[in-house]
Design a protein around this ligand. Structure first.
Ligand code: HEM
Length: 537
C-alpha cells in the first residue's frame, strides 16, 4: 500500500509562510472582504474588551456555532465514495430504464456504507447490519437503490420501524449501550416479534462483522418491478456481489479492531481507493413473474424472506467500481440524501409494506436533517441530467424556475413558458389492479416466521453455525432479564433444536423453555408434508 501521509509544504528555508502571497490565496470573510489578522480579535486597548464591531470575529464564531446538523436517525455512521456503473448487456426486453439500454454504458455513482444502530462516533466493527446505499446518476434522474448487506429485514411493516430502532439504540433512561445488539430492550423486542427471527439468525452470523466494506454483499431487500417499453412488468430483487469476495472477521478480531482502530472500515476504503485498488461489485438481478410470485412458498412482498438463488438464479448485468474518494466528508458523505422513492422510468415499487413506508420516511427525515426542502440542490444530491420544475423558494434555494412562468398550464410559449409534462417519456406507475377492504391487517401469507430462519441456519457450514451459536450466547449473556433470554431460546426451538440447546447451555438456563407458539404450523409440524420440501432439503 502507498504511504498514508501527504507531503507537507515547507516554504523558504523550511519556514511555512502564514501570510498570503504567490500561490497562497488571501483569506476572506464570507462576504469576500480580505482578512488582515486571523490571530487576534479587535479590542479596545491591548487588554480588551473585545469590540462588537469585529465582523470577522463574530462571523467566524457564529459559523462555528452552527456547524453541527442532526445525525441521521439511523445509519448515522457511514462512509462514502464515488464510482461508476458499467452496463454489461442491454436489458431492453425487461426494463426501459435508460441506464440498462446499451452494453458498455457508463453511469456515475455515489455510494455510502454505514452501520445502523451506532451514533456518528461509534466503532466500525460493531456487530450490526451494514447499510449499502447506492445512487446512480442516470440520464433520467437519480435512481437510489438503498440496501443493506443482509437480504432480509427485521419487520414486515414500516409502522414497526420506530419501535425496532428505539429498541436497538441506547436505552432511554441510561443512554447506553450506544452501538450494540447486546442489551435487554433489543432482545425483548426481538423475542416479542417472531417475524424478526430470520433476521435474528442473519445478524448473529458472521455477516454482521464484515472484514471491511469491500468484502460485503449488498441487497435491495424488497421486491421491485422492472417495466419495459411495452408496459410489461417483471418482478426483481437486486443483489451486489463483491468481486473481492465475501469475508468477515471473527468476534475476537472485531473486538480488538474496534479498540485498536474504530475507523478500521473507513480507513480501509479510503486507503484502497487512494492506492488505486478500486473495489468492484457486480449487480445481479433475480427476475420473476406473477406466476412465480403466486406459487412461491412465501410472499414476495414480505421483506423478512429471501427468494433462494436455487429457485431464481441471479443474472449478472453490470459492474460498479468505486474509484474516487470524496473531497469533503461533510459536503458529500454527510449531506447525501438517498431516497427509496428516487426511481427512474422502467423501475417501480411493489406493495411491500416496508418499502411503502420507507418511501415516505426518507424524504421526511431529510427535510429536517438538511434544513429545508432544497437539499436536492446540494451537488452530491443534484441529478446530473437537466432539471426543470416550478418548485421554488424555500431556504437556500439555488435552482428557482427561470423566465416568466412559475406555474402551469400557462399561455407563455417557448422558453418563457417553462417545462411541460411528457406523457410518453415521463414516469408512470405500473397500473396494477388493486381491490380489498380498508383495514389494519397483515396478510396470512406473511405468517411463517421460522422456516427461512431454519433454512439459513442449515445452509451454513459447521464453523459458521458455531459462530452463530456463540454470538447468541455472547449477546444474550449481556441481557440482565432472565425471562428475555428464555423467550429468545423459545423461538430458537422453532428454528433448530440443536441451536436452541447450544444457546440454552451456553447461557446456563435452569430449564429449557417450551417452544414459542407459532402463528402458523412450524417447519417441524410440516416436516411430514411435502409442501415445504424445498426448505427441508
Ligand atoms: C437510512 C437501509 C428500512 C428509515 C438508511 C440507510 C440505509 C437504509 C442504507 C442509510 C442511507 C445513507 O447512507 O444515507 C434500509 C433498508 C431497510 C430500511 C435496507 C429495509 C429493507 C427502513 C424503514 C424506515 C427507514 C422501514 C422507516 C419507515 C430510514 C431513515 C434513514 C434511513 C429515516 C435516515 C435517512 C437520512 O437521514 O438521510 N436506511 N432501511 N428505513 N432509513 Fe432505512
Amino acid at each position: 500500500a502507498q504511504s498514508r501521509g501527504e507531503t507537507l509544504h515547507a516554504g523558504n528555508g523550511g519556514e511555512i509562510h502564514q501570510t498570503a502571497g504567490g500561490d497562497v490565496p488571501v483569506m476572506t470573510t464570507q462576504g469576500g472582504m480580505p482578512v488582515s489578522d486571523d490571530q487576534n480579535s479587535l479590542k479596545a486597548g491591548a487588554r480588551g474588551p473585545t469590540l462588537l464591531e469585529d465582523q470577522h470575529f463574530r462571523e467566524k464564531i457564529f459559523h462555528f456555532d452552527h456547524e453541527r446538523i442532526p445525525e441521521r436517525v439511523v445509519h448515522a455512521r457511514g462512509y462514502g465514495a464515488h464510482g461508476v456503473f458499467e452496463t454489461y448487456e442491454t436489458l431492453a426486453d425487461i426494463t426501459k430504464a435508460d441506464l440498462f439500454q446499451r452494453a458498455g454504458e457508463k453511469t456515475e455513482m455515489f455510494v455510502r456504507f454505514s452501520t445502523v444502530a451506532g451514533n456518528k462516533g461509534s466503532g466500525d466493527l460493531a456487530r450490526d447490519v451494514r447499510g449499502f446505499a447506492t445512487r446512480f446518476y442516470t440520464k433520467e434522474g437519480n435512481w437510489d437503490l438503498v440496501g443493506n448487506n443482509i437480504p432480509v429485514f427485521f419487520i414486515q411493516d414500516a409502522i414497526k420501524f420506530p419501535d425496532l430502532i428505539h429498541a436497538a439504540k441506547a436505552e432511554p433512561d441510561r443512554g447506553f449501550p450506544q452501538a450494540q445488539t447486546a442489551h435487554d430492550n433489543f432482545w425483548d423486542f426481538i423475542s416479542l416479534t417472531p417475524e424478526a427471527m430470520n433476521m435474528a439468525l442473519w445478524i448473529m452470523s458472521d455477516r454482521t462483522i464484515p472484514r471491511s466494506f469491500r468484502f460485503m454483499e449488498g441487497f435491495g431487500v424488497h421486491t421491485f418491478r422492472m417495466i419495459n417499453a411495452e408496459g410489461k412488468s417483471t418482478f426483481v430483487k437486486f443483489h451486489w456481489k463483491p468481486k473481492q469476495g465475501l469475508q468477515s472477521v471473527v468476534w475476537n478480531e472485531a473486538l480488538k479492531l474496534n479498540g485498536a482502530d474504530p475507523d478500521f472500515h473507513r480507513r480501509d476504503l479510503w486507503d484502497a481507493i487512494k492506492a488505486g485498488d478500486y473495489p468492484e461489485w457486480e449487480l445481479g438481478l433475480q427476475l420473476f413473474d406473477e406466476k412465480f410470485a403466486e406459487e412461491f412458498e412465501f410472499d414476495v412482498l414480505d421483506a423478512t424472506k429471501i427468494i433462494p438463488e436455487e429457485q431464481v438464479p441471479i443474472r449478472i448485468v453490470g459492474k460498479m467500481t468505486l474509484d474516487r474518494c470524496v473531497e469533503n466528508f461533510f459536503q458529500e458523505t454527510e449531506q447525501v440524501a438517498f431516497q427509496t422513492g428516487n426511481v427512474v422510468p422502467g423501475i417501480d415499487f411493489s406493495n411491500d409494506p416496508l418499502l411503502q413506508g420507507r418511501n415516505f420516511s426518507y424524504l421526511d427525515t431529510q427535510l429536517k436533517r438538511l434544513g429545508g426542502p432544497n437539499f436536492t440542490h446540494i451537488p452530491v444530491n443534484a441529478p446530473r441530467c437537466p432539471v426543470h420544475s416550478f418548485q421554488q423558494d424555500g431556504h437556500m434555494s439555488m435552482r428557482n424556475p427561470r423566465g416568466r412562468a412559475n406555474y402551469e398550464p400557462n399561455s407563455w410559449g417557448g422558453e418563457k413558458g417553462g417545462p411541460r409534462e411528457a406523457p410518453e417519456a415521463g414516469f408512470s406507475s405500473y397500473p396494477e389492479e388493486i381491490s380489498g377492504q380498508k383495514a389494519r391487517v397483515r396478510s396470512e401469507t406473511f405468517a411463517d416466521h421460522y422456516s427461512q430462519a431454519r433454512q439459513f441456519y442449515l445452509s451454513q457450514t459447521e464453523t459458521e453455525q458455531t459462530h452463530i451459536g456463540n454470538a447468541f450466547v455472547f449477546e444474550l449473556s449481556k441481557v440482565e432479564t432472565m425471562a428475555i433470554r428464555s423467550n429468545v431460546v423459545a423461538h430458537l426451538r422453532n428454528v433448530d433444536e440443536d441451536l436452541a440447546k447450544t444457546v440454552a447451555d451456553g447461557l446456563r438456563l435452569q430449564e429449557m423453555p417450551a417452544a414459542a407458539k407459532a402463528a402458523r404450523p412450524t417447519i417441524m409440524d410440516l416436516a411430514k408434508s411435502d409442501k415445504l420440501s424445498i426448505i427441508l432439503n
